[in-house]
Design a protein around this ligand. Sequence first.
Ligand code: ATP
Ligand code: MG
Length: 383
Amino acid sequence: MNDIILLKQGEIILKGLNRGAFERKLIENIKRRLSPIGKFKIYTMQSTVYIEPLGQCDMAAALDAARTVFGAVSVTRAAACEKDKDAIVEAAATYLESSLKAANTFKVESKRADKRFPMSSISLSQYVGGELHEKFPHLKPDMHNPEFMVNVEVRDMAAYVHGPAMRGAGGLPVGTGGRMVTLLSGGIDSPVASYMMAKRGVTLIPVHFYSHPYTSVQAKEKVIELSNILSKYCGRFKVELIPFTRIQEEIRNSCPEELLTVIMRRFMMRIAERIAKFHGCSAIVTGDNLGQVASQTTEALAVSEQCVDIPVFRPLIAFDKREITDIAQMIGTFETSILPYEDCCTVFTPRRPRTKPKLPDVQAAEELLDIENLIEDAIRCDS
Ligand code: ATP
Ligand code: MG
């Protein structure tokens, strides 16, 4: 019996004329994710992606990997069998044996995408249910609240039998939503913000600023580790490391202390914009969250982004910390994010940062800096 993975397309099915392009991207992304696990035949039909192993492979690992690919609402392992009512019963009894033995009540639900199949969905469910009841006499049918649901799908090429499907990653395939630069610190928030934008199909170029020797090698490695974790969801996700020490020192030496953070942020934005234009990206993503720290008031955020002319997206703006940490835990970045290595933002923090900075004050302070030269220098040293 063939064990395969079925992946149900999500929002893609609403994409009229562009749907083919979305499906191709989805398949391309699944192929890339599964290539280290084994060889598979991957194709899509009737809003479902079929992942068939070609030879021996770790199907549990393949299922885990398939669950991280954006574009699917549900993912399940299934047994493929002949489109024949008794073959379906046999497949269900064998493939789902342990679950059927463990449950007390069950229900069979059938879908018939192949309308040439000689039984209606209801009569197929009744037939398979009756036969399974014979084979597992302890099992009682329960139409309203079954402990275990047996799903039967009769499709063009074969029939498939499976238990309850798992939730897929949702969203849209990465690569269908344009390109953006994402500002990745070592904190909890920016990896989550990156994940959320990738979920909307965006290809991301991560950028990290470090302030050697004020920040340690471990702080940089932590960000590389975070980007490795995120590449599971985001596809290629190689972080660009930008030295920030000289900029921070110049700001500290020349600007009023209470404006250090906002001016530093404006440099991050300007550099991100340069990198964005170089890579053909149309926006910048950050993990900012309203009111979390002094630099995240509406006024401070507005002044931070006023120096760039591409949009700045902040997907976490209205989340609370609990919601953010829940996602961080789910995607596996939390444990790395809480490693205690300092970020460049915590170096030279003003004692009393201005929570409502005024643009003219900030611009006046920046006049003492050779902005262009500092930016050029940082980008040139990009490692
Ligand atoms: P995070 O948990 O993402 O670090 P935070 O709550 O600590 O966020 P800040 O340190 O004020 O907030 O940073 C706000 C945003 O600025 C971050 O989410 C990130 O997008 C960006 N950022 C901060 N530090 C860096 C850095 N060293 N390199 C790149 N981006 C950064
Ligand atoms: Mg931070």
